[in-house]
Design a protein around this ligand. Structure first.
Ligand SMILES: Cc1cc2nc3c(=O)[nH]c(=O)nc-3n(C[C@H](O)[C@H](O)[C@H](O)COP(=O)(O)OP(=O)(O)OC[C@H]3O[C@@H](n4cnc5c(N)ncnc54)[C@H](O)[C@@H]3O)c2cc1C
Ligand SMILES: *[C@@H]1O[C@H](CO)[C@@H](O)[C@H](O)[C@H]1NC(C)=O
Ligand SMILES: *[C@@H]1O[C@H](CO)[C@@H](O)[C@H](O)[C@H]1NC(C)=O
Ligand SMILES: *[C@@H]1O[C@H](CO)[C@@H](O)[C@H](O)[C@H]1NC(C)=O
Length: 497
């Protein structure tokens, strides 16, 4: 009797040890942050991890789509700031070169045709001024940061610098330089965070556009940069696809994750890389509820929406430049057009897309495809009054804001988000850690921000696993007036990669 009990117990112990549902680290989400976290663990000799991903492939917001005979990018498409004059090379650029992903310089600000209600109208000079105003905003925001002055909105910053767009042309030009970057308006954006974001990714010292905006035109999809990288170190058994997390239970001793369908997986540690939008919308439930300071931080950052609407026409009838800017009386209404039927991209493809952002993008998502097609078609008719604009053969856009796996496109810092909020957004709770573009101070929103944080937070976890220096990450339980309200306390340095 006793012997059989011992036998039973030891069988149970063996079963626990070999339990496929128990790992050292659970990586929740297989986007850039999750993949780079896995790579960082692997390089540290820790392979007892699993990536849990709702979709059936890796890449997350790097999402490609076959459209009109080509591969177009519904999500991330550009490598921004590939090789800054000072500062590190963008790691996404390094991966693109390594995996021979086809990228092409996109003259976003220099190759531009301009339009308004009356068709072609030259306001390229106004665009150039808007570019310079954005540079001034960045430099002045950096000065505020270095003097520890309180944050303000980018709108206030523009106004203080004398940039006060009035005409439709001026508003469209500002929209193109600001909203097309942050996916929200200057009113909705932090001046200092904007300055840091622009400063660390682009080279503003040159005060003119530099050739560091690269567009992926690879037929395998831009996602190849991370998918091909993952193949090099991941075993198939280290990824669970089609597995949606519904609940996360965390404590100081471990994390349990429940999947849709009820399966439970345990980790000594877990890294949640779900988007800020997913955290904001309660698509995943936390047990216990996340602490108040964490919830305040999550709800204070903004998940902005950036939507590209693709059209396929029988032939190209539009401008020969790479970009076309249309000034509508309503700021941001189908303003930013980009031609893919261009010698540098997909010549002869008949493909053009228009990008919408912020509240207008959320509005577009709520319309039917045919309503959006009609509205955009109307804009093309205004832009080309002398042409009998043909009906598009096809149209496609992805609804990022309504997708429960994203709930938006990328994060943008509002003026009321303080440095302490940033720490709280990034801080671990027990053995549950957080990483993604939203937790990057210097590269928020970008692919390279997700890369950087996947690596940084994996290193925090590694320190704990090795028990050398496992301390809770910085947090500020009560953010009070007069507390760290400015960003000046943060000694922002180059080189995190
Ligand atoms: C339209 C658009 C354009 C962009 N353009 C650019 C650009 O040109 N350049 C640039 O640098 N950046 C761009 N970005 C931003 C860039 O795509 C992101 O910063 C980056 O991909 C974020 O990576 P991540 O790992 O932090 O998050 P994600 O890619 O969101 O990864 C999280 C993963 O978690 C999964 N997931 C979510 N919920 C669950 C759940 N409940 N259970 C299981 N899995 C779940 C998701 O499927 C996803 O794979 C763009 C984004 C969008 C949407
Ligand atoms: C995931 O689901 C899709 C669609 O239901 C299916 O085609 C695919 O084979 C699944 N992949 C895995 C790895 O289970
Ligand atoms: C369009 O042209 C009309 C008539 O020439 C002019 O009155 C109007 O101001 C123009 N509109 C714009 C937006 O330039
Ligand atoms: C911008 O970058 C430069 C280095 O090129 C640095 O000296 C400056 O302090 C930075 N400004 C901000 C706002 O971080």
């Amino acid at each position: 009797m006793f012997a059989s009990l011992v036998l039973l117990l030891s069988c149970l112990l063996v079963a626990v040890n070999a339990n496929p549902d128990s790992k050292t680290v659970l990586i929740l989400g297989g986007g850039v942050a999750g993949i780079i976290a896995a790579k960082t663990l692997h390089e540290a000799g820790i392979d007892d991890f699993i990536i849990i991903e709702a979709q059936d492939e890796l890449g997350g917001r790097m999402k490609s789509h076959h459209f009109g005979g080509k591969t177009v990018e519904l999500g991330a498409n550009w490598i921004h700031g590939a090789e800054p004059v000072s500062g590190p090379v963008n790691p996404i650029y390094t991966l693109a070169k390594k995996h021979e992903v086809k990228i092409q310089y996109n003259d976003f600000y220099g190759s531009m045709s301009t339009f308004d209600l009356n068709g072609t109208t030259d306001f390229v000079d106004i665009c150039r001024k808007a570019f310079e105003d954005h540079v001034k905003l960045t430099i002045a925001g950096g000065e505020r940061l270095s003097r520890s002055l309180v944050d303000l909105s980018a709108r206030t910053g523009y106004a203080l610098l004398g940039s006060k767009p009035q005409s439709h042309h001026e508003q469209a030009a500002e929209y193109f330089h600001f909203d097309m970057e942050y996916a929200q308006s200057p009113e909705q954006s932090s001046w200092i965070a904007q300055a840091m974001n622009a400063n660390f990714t682009y080279d503003f010292s040159r005060k003119r556009p530099s050739k560091d905006t690269l567009l992926s035109i690879d037929e395998r999809g831009f996602k190849t940069v991370v998918q091909a990288e993952a193949v090099e170190f991941l075993e198939p058994s280290q990824v669970m696809f089609n597995s949606t997390v519904t609940d996360i239970s965390y404590s100081n001793s471990g994390v349990s994750v429940t999947l849709h369908g009820g399966r439970v997986i345990h980790g000594a540690y877990a890294l949640c890389t779900f988007s800020l939008g997913v955290l904001q919308h309660d698509d995943v439930r936390f047990h216990p509820k996340l602490p108040a300071y964490k919830q305040e931080a999550i709800q204070s950052m903004v998940m902005a929406t950036y939507t590209k609407i693709f059209f396929k026409f029988v032939r190209k009838f539009w401008f020969d430049t790479e970009m076309g800017l249309y000034a509508d009386p309503e700021r941001g209404r189908y303003s930013a057009w980009q031609s893919l039927d261009h010698p540098n991209f997909f010549p002869g493809s008949g493909i053009i897309f228009v990008t919408v952002t912020g509240i207008f993008a959320e509005r577009v998502e709520s319309l039917s495809d045919s309503q959006v097609r009609e509205e955009a078609f109307g804009v093309l008719q205004q832009m080309f009054p002398d042409i009998d604009v043909p009906q598009p053969l096809d149209m496609f856009f992805y609804r990022w804001h309504s997708d429960p796996l994203y709930r938006g496109s990328y994060s943008n810092w509002p003026p009321a988000f303080f440095l302490s909020h940033y720490y709280n957004l990034r801080a671990n709770v027990g053995r549950l850690y957080f990483a993604g573009e939203a937790t990057s101070l210097k590269y928020v929103g970008f692919l390279h921000g997700a890369y950087d944080e996947g690596m940084n937070i994996a290193r925090e976890i590694i320190k704990c696993i090795r028990e050398d220096e496992c301390a809770p990450m910085k947090r500020v339980p009560d953010i009070t007036n007069g507390d760290e309200k400015s960003y000046g306390h943060f000694n922002v340095q180059y080189s995190l990669y």
